[in-house]
Design a protein around this ligand. Sequence first.
Ligand code: ZN
Length: 108
Amino acid sequence: MQRCKDCQAYQFYPRTICSHCGGRDVAWSAVSGRGVIKSFTIVRRGISRAYEAPYVLALINLEEGPCMMSSLVDVDPETVVVGARVTVSFESWSTDIEMPVFKVAQEG
Ligand SMILES: [Zn+2]
């Protein structure tokens, strides 16, 4: 994720300047991959064969601060709850594209 070298804030989506302080010195930084479900919806009608319904789209409050929209995978949609902890995983869409998706974290 991008992080500002001036104010240390993380930001998502990527931009050429810091959305917090306007600084121009932003760089890529490794992050935890952990977050909490802020909100979600269960999509019951897929938009194409590539999106087999039902599936879950969620807003994830990332541990570092930013919020991102992503898919929840490997979960029964009816068991998803706001506030659940999630961890990132990656789906390979092609040789050039790895998409971040999230899985409900195992407690304990
Ligand atoms: Zn900044």
